[in-house]
Design a protein around this ligand. Structure first.
Ligand code: NDP
Ligand code: 2IT
Length: 449
């Protein structure tokens, strides 16, 4: 709590107390309130009418039972969540995560971050997040379908194109969105395309949504590198994870002339000094749904797989953590800095611990926080909602052009705000303040609701 403005300290202690044990939510609250301290000394009106307390309290939290039957005819029970955090700027918007680690604190941290991220996009979307502690690993297609159907059997009454629009996140991709859209359509008897995003192209999805988060992160970091007169061209990059965000970050980094030398999953990482073969990663992860160790087995010489360990020991110029929260700690940050890293772009949500962020900033490493750098996914989701609302479908080129423009605008807004608040180059401060002010302005106009 040491860096928090005095006026905000009692607010933060109350928040920590009434959200006891929710450590990821505490971490996100700490980080945002640290930045907000600077705003209220300039604009005391944002600390009036309990605005900060209201912004930190989700509008609605839904927790439900998800019973389903596995392939052995056994009944399984999971817990479902949807936290509708803030609707000042538009319908709640944010992904669904299926992972055994999911709990209410994780969904609240994600929903809180999402609120400011969505504000940064400049598009009319509020913030929300949901998911389940369901573990998709090793489950058959039919089990995944039955789980998605049971999950939506409850969730459908809480969502809608003008209410709350979920999408994917960890463990939820095109297959799961398809199953959830199918059962939503049946339950409601409505072809309401705008109720979910990340849909397949055959039934109302947007081109470039699959690619958007990873591409967006690469666009953001490319622009950030540009402020120092450099670019991805010729740079060695390490990208953690090998899911949706990681794969398409690799694709765009390659097209910018960078070289990706390592990627991972939760079991270990692969290093391929010749450059990761993206088509092979796609085949293993998107088609076969296999482990990343398969990559080393199929690729053979020149490439090695390290079980466990830390991918951040691999020397690189640019690191894009794209797996999960707190995957990069202080020790990892130190070894990256010692190995000469110049830029970090958070593809995942809150992948760097506060200690790691501090180390990067002290060392003068360019640091792009997740709520800015990975906003391209949700921004393109909002473009999918636009296309659905106008019963239109844009080309890949047009959609990607909009995405690139949005990422550049987010970058520039964060950089300008950081300057305005006397901390040039501090994108964490820039992102938190820009997002906060946009939500706060709307909330002030809407009265105490
Ligand atoms: P995927 O499920 O497609 O991929 C997740 C990847 O991260 C997998 O390689 C997975 O490995 C690894 N991973 C997941 N959990 C852990 C863990 N606890 N420890 C180590 N590795 C882990 O998810 P996405 O690519 O969609 O999401 C990745 C991150 O990006 C998340 O933080 C998500 O919130 C964020 N994000 C996603 C967006 C999107 O549009 N999809 C938008 C913005 C942010 P394994 O297979 O072994 O579990
Ligand atoms: O964290 C995120 O921004 C996402 N998982 C994407 C959310 C969305 O609604 O597209």
């Amino acid at each position: 709590m040491s860096h928090i403005d005095e006026k905000l300290q009692p607010i933060l202690s109350t928040l920590l107390h009434r959200n006891a044990g929710e450590k990821e939510f505490h971490q996100a609250l700490n980080e945002v309130l640290e930045s907000v301290g600077r705003v209220i000394s300039k604009h005391p009106e944002y600390a009036e009418e309990a605005l900060i307390e209201r912004i930190c309290e989700p509008e609605r939290q839904i927790i439900f039972r998800v019973p389903w039957i596995d392939d052995n005819n056994e009944v399984q029970i999971n817990r479902g969540f949807r936290v509708q955090f803030n609707s000042a700027l538009g319908p709640y918007k944010g992904g669904l995560r299926f992972h055994p680690s999911v709990n209410v604190g994780i969904i609240k941290f994600l929903g809180f971050e999402q609120t400011f991220k969505n504000a940064l996009t400049g598009l009319p979307i509020g913030g929300g997040k949901g998911g389940s502690d369901f573990n998709p690993r090793g489950r058959s297609n039919r089990e995944i379908m039955r789980f998605c159907q049971s999950f939506m059997m409850e969730l459908h009454r809480h969502i809608g194109e003008y209410i709350d629009v979920p999408a994917g996140d960890i463990g939820v991709g095109g297959r799961e969105i398809g199953y959830m859209f199918g059962i939503y359509k049946r339950l409601t008897n409505r072809y309401e395309a705008g109720v979910l995003t990340g849909k397949g192209l055959s039934y109302g999805g947007s081109r470039a949504r699959t690619e958007a988060t990873g591409y967006g992160n690469a666009y953001f970091v490319q622009r950030m590198l540009g402020t120092k007169g450099t670019s991805f061209d010729g740079k060695r990059c390490v990208i953690s994870g090998s899911g949706n965000v990681a794969i398409y970050a690799m694709e765009k980094v390659l097209s910018f002339g960078g070289k990706v030398v390592a990627c991972s999953d939760s079991d270990g990482y692969v290093v391929d000094d010749a450059g990761i073969d993206l088509e092979l990663v796609k085949q293993i992860k998107e088609v076969q749904r296999e482990r990343i160790s398969e990559y080393a087995r199929l690729k053979g010489s020149g490439c090695h797989y390290i079980k466990g360990g830390s991918i951040w020991d691999v020397p690189c110029d640019v690191a894009l953590p794209s797996a999960t929260q707190n995957e990069l700690n202080g020790g990892d940050a130190k070894s990256l800095v010692e190995n000469g890293v110049i830029a970090i772009g958070e593809g995942a949500n809150m992948p760097c611990t506060p200690e790691a962020v501090h180390i990067f900033q002290e060392a003068g490493v360019l640091f792009a926080p997740g709520k800015a750098a990975n906003a391209g996914g949700v921004a393109t989701s909002a473009l999918e909602m636009q296309q659905n609302a106008s019963r239109d479908s844009w080309t890949f080129e047009k959609t990607e052009e909009r995405l690139a423009e949005i990422m550049h605008n987010i970058h520039d807004a964060c950089a300008e705000t950081a300057e305005e608040y006397g901390a040039p180059g501090n994108y964490v401060l820039g992102a938190n303040i820009t997002g906060f002010v946009r939500v706060a302005e709307a909330m002030r106009a809407l009265g105490i609701v």
